[in-house]
Design a protein around this ligand. Sequence first.
Ligand SMILES: Cc1cc2nc3c(=O)[nH]c(=O)nc-3n(C[C@H](O)[C@H](O)[C@H](O)COP(=O)(O)O)c2cc1C
Length: 193
Amino acid sequence: MPRVQVVHASRHGGTAGIAERIGEVLRAEGVEAVVARAGDRPDPSGFDAYVVGSGVYMGNWLKEGVEFLERNQGTLASRPTWIFSSGPLRGSTAGTKGSPLEDALGPEEGPGSGGRKKVAALVTAVRARDHHVFYGAFDPNDPPKAMAERFVRLLPAAKGVLPAGDFREWEVIEAWARTIARELTTKVPVAVG
Ligand SMILES: Cc1cc2nc3c(=O)[nH]c(=O)nc-3n(C[C@H](O)[C@H](O)[C@H](O)COP(=O)(O)O)c2cc1C
């Protein structure tokens, strides 16, 4: 049975919930899955594949998610690896760029492209099979956990930029996890002769 490490960087629990659900689907599909927090610096040795995801804040992955990929680049590049970002909030006035990737991490080039470029470079470095962007969740009653977050929430435009709600699309997340399970459990026929 293949063993998969599912690692997440999550400030308010939305991305952690996605990682847990991916783990559950993988197990249901016959794959052993261990879910870990990137901030705990989990050891990636001994796994056959990896799924790594982070919540997106101000167009960037959380630091611990970036650091996990940077620290373990070589190991992850040598095994099948999938990446996900969790960010856009449906109806956000900031989310008008057309694609979830652009809404989450900014444009490919020019002003505001730094976070997107950073993630793109990491996706290439770990030779990820896919980078999927899932919609996120925002609960304004959950107190801010960083200075910048506190500041953004106080801006007059905050209500439009950060609509409250849980926009995570469980069916989309589960379908993505099933694709991963299928890739890991499908036997490639060995050519004879
Ligand atoms: C201050 C703040 C800034 C955010 N910036 C972005 C962003 O740039 N792009 C994006 O897609 N989502 C952004 N979001 C939405 C979060 O990514 C979303 O709430 C996500 O589900 C958070 O994941 P977590 O609960 O695992 O931390 C922001 C949320 C907050 C509160």
